[in-house]
Design a protein around this ligand. Structure first.
Ligand SMILES: NC(=O)c1ccc[n+]([C@@H]2O[C@H](COP(=O)([O-])OP(=O)(O)OC[C@H]3O[C@@H](n4cnc5c(N)ncnc54)[C@H](O)[C@@H]3O)[C@@H](O)[C@H]2O)c1
Length: 379
């Protein structure tokens, strides 16, 4: 049994649910400087925050104290790292803390499951890469969309050769603003979250690389920042780009919506894929007509709608379940000595692409992507 600790109890609660359900792991400790968050299982919800994670827990568990369940509570990472009974740390603290705290976890000889992004500045990540290179433990980055069942279907379809050679990737993400109840409002400052491109578009750069199976060659990005004055960064980003070895990409990311929609298209030389994800059963964007949470349609080029093969997915395609299941998957990776779904190199490259897109927007130029990652030095 892998003995896990979760540090940072916001989205970290979804990590807790994963360790509580994993056949390979045991949740032995939780850590947060905020007493209300670490006292009871449902403590985080007392601030009205993270309500969407509630269904991951049986209701009777929410009022229980972690201590009474035999799960230790700590207020600092140092206490977690000094505990020899802990093998793995899920690091779910604010973005800017990831490189420093992640390095500490690895130097303490523990496995690291790191929330995205791996940091907000590349230079901060050097010690983390170095520590990972010298560590015998596994490092995984929480890019759970790779494991989303609908996205898996897209990947399997591409890998089966059914659509021929993938030549174009596009992703449209429409949502409301980032939550304003983050502890210390860290997400609203570029200094702490990296802004929209680093905080969240990093997911979509990761999917672009993962689904196309190629590295990005060039990027051009434009942004708009005039909607939410209490966030000091872009609210909308449109990115175009090319892949090494051919192929194009487009990402459209807007925080200015009133509902959630994620649409991914992959166009191949002999077929095309349309994938869509919703946040909830009711979506204003389809007039509340559908009951699925995820859908993938695969069809031939120039085909008719009736020719498409359509697969629908249920609640397992939503974000809370997905994060929880990605945590379970990481424990399986450790138990079976298989690589994690997303490595530290994947995390670093998506950060590079997010920062390059930001630079392109500032300079108004098409920029070439040349990774600075010391390949031989990844975990
Ligand atoms: N994979 C995903 O889809 C996904 C979804 C949501 C959030 N996240 C990521 O998870 C991380 C946390 O986001 P959140 O929404 O939970 O934020 P949050 O502010 O709600 O929670 C962060 C928690 O970390 C605690 N914390 C801060 N510094 C700490 C430290 N040094 N040691 C221990 N605990 C500390 C805070 O007290 C707080 O409770 C961010 O990196 C965010 O990008 C990822």
């Amino acid at each position: 049994m892998i003995r896990a600790a979760v540090v940072g109890l916001g989205i970290g609660l979804a990590h807790c649910a994963g360790y509580l359900k994993s056949p390979h792991a045991k949740l032995v400790a939780v850590c947060d400087p905020l007493e209300v968050r670490r006292k009871t299982v449902g403590g985080t919800f007392s601030q009205g925050s993270m309500e969407v994670l509630k269904p991951l827990f049986p209701p009777e568990l929410l009022s229980r104290r972690w201590d009474d369940l035999g799960i230790k509570t700590f207020s600092t990472l140092e206490e977690v790292l000094e505990d020899p009974s802990i093998d793995l740390v899920s690091l779910c603290t604010p973005d800017y803390t990831h490189p420093t705290l992640g390095t500490q976890v690895l130097k303490a000889g523990k496995h690291l499951y790191l929330e995205k992004p791996v940091g907000v500045r590349l230079e901060d990540c050097d010690p983390l890469l170095e520590a990972a290179y010298h560590s015998k433990q596994m490092v995984g980055v929480a890019y759970e969309f790779r494991l989303n069942p609908a996205v898996r279907k897209v990947k399997e379809t591409i890998d089966s050769g059914k659509i021929g050679r993938p030549e174009a990737f596009s992703l449209y993400h429409y949502r409301n603003s980032f939550r304003r109840d983050k502890v210390g409002k860290w997400i609203q400052k570029r200094e702490f979250s990296g802004g929209l491109l680093v905080e969240e578009t990093c997911h979509w750069f990761d999917l672009a690389r993962y689904l196309m199976g190629r590295e990005v060659e060039t990027l051009y990005c434009v942004t708009r920042d005039c909607f939410y004055p209490d966030f000091d960064f872009e609210d909308i980003a449109y990115v175009n780009g090319t892949f090494q070895g051919g192929g194009i990409l487009h990402i459209s990311h807007a925080l200015t919506g009133f509902d959630f929609s994620l649409i991914i298209q992959v166009h191949g030389t002999s077929g095309t894929i349309w994938c869509t994800l919703k946040d909830d059963q009711y979506s204003a964007l389809d007039g509340g007509e559908t009951s699925w949470y995820g859908l993938v349609a695969v069809g031939p080029l120039n085909g008719k709608p009736q020719e498409a093969e359509v697969t629908k997915f249920g609640i397992e395609a939503t974000e809370p379940e997905n994060i929880q299941n990605a945590v379970i998957h990481f424990t399986q990776s450790i138990a079976s000595h298989h690589p994690p779904a997303a490595t530290l190199e994947d995390g670093y490259r998506s950060l590079e692409l997010s920062l390059l897109a930001g630079k392109s927007a500032r300079e108004g130029k098409v920029l070439e992507y040349r990774s600075q990652i010391p390949i031989h030095k990844t975990n």
